[in-house]
Design a protein around this ligand. Structure first.
Ligand code: FES
Length: 325
């Protein structure tokens, strides 16, 4: 990625910034909420409702979290992190080690949710899976738009309910405490909002599977899934080695099937950001100029795949994959 200036000079686009951890609180046991801000109080890069950022933690881990504040407020980024004892270590570090005043790397926000402006937007969340919908609901409420509903299943008290209080009071949030009631039947739930409604889901694997089954025959532009953990990937169709080429430097290396593209790029010290390493967060999104790649991600649309590739899971159908980096 590069930015062109009036003088014709090219400069590398900013991908990361340094932010200070301004506040940490625990709105619910096991969930930490971080407020991140510029060290000198400058505005942070703007973001779309439902966008996420990568946090570059002091232990070397990079983890992706949804922004949970109103996109109109770019003086801060707010993220909520549930402690996952069986996870890969990012949430444990945030819960046990991260302190107010610490400086951490934060990526420029990316992605976001594309709402329907006229039809109903159905948000379906399980527990902490509400996070991508919080900034979306804050933005919709600020704009006076009421064409949305949040169906939110939570085992016990839901987290971040304080931020969504106005939406709850307005009757646009349906809460299901699964300690007391059955979780919603997603299939019948999504059928109830008309032929044009758009549905979004984020939550545990079982909920996502039920959602994907319920909207299996919906067109792609009417459904959206946010995943916490990468799904299992089917084996690649090719076991042939190929070359990966970095167009800007001309560097080239063979990608052995047992090594894979991402490890090869890391060995080349290529300028790639990596977070989930499983094709769901979009951190490693890169433009390609020769291939074609074999796409295996859950991030890019068919139109985006014409020029971009998620390199952490992609392979190549031809003898050379040339990346525009
Ligand atoms: S690192 Fe998350 S999609 Fe590649």
């Amino acid at each position: 990625m590069a930015t062109s200036f009036a003088g014709g000079e090219m400069a590398k686009a900013i991908k990361h910034l340094q932010a200070v951890v301004q506040e940490i609180d625990e709105p619910l046991p096991g969930v930490k909420r971080l407020v991140l801000a510029d060290q000198d109080g400058w505005r942070l890069p703007a973001f779309r409702p439902g966008a996420h950022v990568d946090l570059h933690l002091a232990n070397g881990l990079v983890r992706t979290y949804s922004l949970c504040n109103d996109p109109a407020d770019c003086r801060r980024y707010v993220v909520a992190v549930k402690r996952e004892d069986a996870g890969r270590g990012g949430s444990r570090h945030i819960h046990d080690e991260l302190r107010t005043g610490e400086i951490i790397g934060v990526s420029v926000p990316r992605s976001g949710l594309a709402f329907s402006s006229e039809a109903m937007n159905i948000f379906i969340a399980g527990g902490i899976g509400v996070t991508p919908f919080v900034s979306a609901i804050l933005a919709l409420e600020r704009e006076g738009r009421t064409n949305y509903v949040l169906h939110w299943a939570s085992m016990g008290e839901p987290c971040l309910i304080d931020v969504l209080e106005p939406a709850v009071k307005a009757g646009r949030v349906c809460l299901y405490n699964t300690l007391e009631v059955a979780p919603p039947d997603i299939h019948s739930l999504v059928q109830g909002y008309g032929e044009e409604a758009k549905a979004f889901c984020c939550g545990p694997g079982g909920m996502l599977d039920a959602f994907e089954a319920a909207v299996a025959d919906w067109p792609e532009e009417r459904k959206h899934v946010e995943r916490f953990t990468p799904p299992k990937l089917a084996p690649t169709r090719t076991a042939r080695p190929y070359s990966v080429v970095l167009a800007k430097s001309g560097r080239e290396m063979e990608v052995a099937p047992e090594v894979g593209l991402l490890a090869t790029l890391e060995a080349m010290d290529a300028d790639i950001s990596v977070s989930c390493a499983g094709g769901i967060c979009g951190a490693c999104r890169t433009r390609w100029v020769e291939g074609p790649p074999i796409h295996r991600d859950r991030v890019l649309s068919p139109e985006e795949r014409v020029h971009e590739v998620i390199v952490c899971v992609a392979e190549c159908a031809g003898p050379r994959l040339v990346l525009d980096i």
